[in-house]
Design a protein around this ligand. Structure first.
Ligand code: NAD
Ligand code: USQ
Length: 408
């Protein structure tokens, strides 16, 4: 037992599905470092998608075997790994769950890129098959195992849609008043109506119904974390050795907006704002992602409690404001490009995030130092960047064709 273990209230066995990915890898290390026993399940599909797109992580991520060996050398803590496709190989997955008897399962294992999910019918169908079967298999396996496992799922702010008519998005449930046949008015709470903006986001909306059903029917304990756009690369643990480095997606399909802007400025590419950049989105730093997940594990719902829904974000920003900020920080030039997506040109966004704050989260907000850290990493690995992979080329409809860059 290492030093941190002594301070841990209760050591848990945790299975991390998708533990090789951008959020899953630093989370696995953070939980292992906090004294929990961590087991990663991942089919390495994200690495295969890198091959398909011929676009690698900007940072040189190591093979899984090396990652785990280095972590054991440094921390003296072992993380086990199973290569399983949880969407397809139900029997093997169930066997591992029964053998390992985890206290909690964290579910990151879905295809998470909106542009990738819109590329072609093949990509739409893959995203739906993979994500819905993955989520359903996890729920089915939990029930079949007979174990009281707490499931923590990474959902997305995008299930809400982004036009909330000025109201603050509650933490999951919406209070409504309905009129009964007898004319009485009664209060009800419903899932916030979904309004997904891509096939990917639609799978996350459907995940919510699966959770609601399994929670109602089988009393599965579930926490659904509706996360905003994650930025940053490294966490305390991934910084411990270069071979533990986290992935950094910058390409037009997987790169997310703030990391893309910081990377673009660092490698001398124009900062690609879609349309006018009037879209407002929720953000969270990767260090807070891992912290929020730890808080969710430490605060499980009770057996008969309904699905706990947290908004896992720390701040909202307008895309154009981020572009201006990055441009000021780096002297990078901004390019306003035709928007390849079908989304509102402008929106406001107000979100409640009281639950994590009440559990002790001290939010990391946009900070020049942290942005410089991302820029520094991007500069360090700039020679690995393939500039032809930067423009976002996946269009939402057949009619849309992204034009060439127009600079302003
Ligand atoms: P990622 O693609 O880097 O990681 C996902 C991991 O899951 C990959 O390692 C992949 O190989 C694995 N995987 C996918 N399908 C699988 C399957 N069928 N069986 C086994 N393994 C499988 O994505 P990420 O950025 O780490 O996101 C993780 C989760 O967090 C996703 O569900 C995503 O929707 C959610 N999320 C991410 C962000 C973000 O900005 N990155 C924001 C909000 C929510
Ligand atoms: N955008 C630009 N320029 C770019 C890239 C993006 O202007 O170069 C714009 C997009 O048009 C969009 C916004 O920035 O309006 C956000 O795009 P994004 O790619 O950063 O985020 P998104 O597609 O929503 O998806 C990401 C993750 C996904 C997660 C989601 C959280 O890939 O897994 O679910 O963020 S949220 O947005 O809160 O739904």
């Amino acid at each position: 037992m290492n030093l941190q273990n002594k301070h841990l209230k209760s050591n848990k066995k945790i299975v991390v599905l998708g533990g090789d990915g951008f959020c899953g890898w630093p989370t696995s290390l953070h939980l292992s470092n906090s004294g929990h026993d961590v087991i990663i399940i991942d089919n390495l599909s994200r690495r295969n998608i890198d091959n398909e797109l011929e676009a690698e992580s900007l940072t040189p991520i190591q093979p899984m075997g090396t990652r785990l060996k280095v972590w054991e050398e440094i921390s003296r803590r072992k993380i086990d790994f199973y290569n399983i496709n949880i969407a397809n190989d139900y029997d093997y997955f169930l066997k591992v769950i029964i053998d390992e008897q985890p206290d909690a399962i964290i579910h990151f294992a879905e295809q998470r890129s909106a542009p990738y999910s819109m590329k072609s019918p093949k990509h739409k169908r893959y995203t739906v098959n993979n994500n819905l079967n993955a989520t359903h298999n996890v729920l089915c396996a939990i029930v079949e195992s007979g174990l009281d496992i707490h499931l923590i799922h990474l959902g997305t702010m995008g299930v809400y849609g982004y036009g909330t008519a000025g109201m603050k998005i509650p933490e999951g449930y919406l209070d409504i008043e309905v009129q009964t046949e007898a004319g009485n008015r009664i209060d009800q709470q419903i899932l916030y109506p979904t309004n997904p903006g891509s096939i990917y986001h639609m799978t996350k909306s459907q995940d919510q119904l699966l959770f609601q059903y399994y929670n109602k029917n089988d009393s599965v304990r579930i926490t659904d974390l509706h996360q905003g756009i994650v930025w940053g690369t490294n966490t305390k643990e991934t910084k411990m050795d270069e071979r533990l480095i986290n992935r950094f997606d910058y390409d037009g399909d997987y790169g997310t907006v703030l990391n893309r802007f910081l990377m673009q400025a660092a490698v001398g590419h124009p900062i690609t704002v879609h349309g006018t950049g009037g879209q407002t989105r929720a953000f969270i730093h990767i260090q807070d992602t891992v912290r929020c997940i730890q808080l969710a594990i430490e605060n499980p719902p009770k057996r008969e409690e309904r699905v706990m829904i947290y908004n896992q974000m720390t701040e909202t920003h307008r895309v154009n404001d981020l572009a201006q900020l990055v441009s000021e920080l780096t002297n990078g030039e901004i390019a306003y490009v035709p928007n390849p997506r079908k989304e509102a040109a402008e929106n406001d966004l107000h979100v409640k995030n009281d639950l994590f704050l009440s559990k002790g989260l001290k939010p990391i907000t946009l900070d020049e130092g942290l942005m410089q850290e991302v820029t520094k990493i991007a500069k360090k690995y700039a020679s690995r960047a393939d500039h032809t992979k930067i423009p976002a080329k996946s269009t939402w409809t057949k009619e849309q064709h992204p034009g060439t860059l127009k600079e302003r």
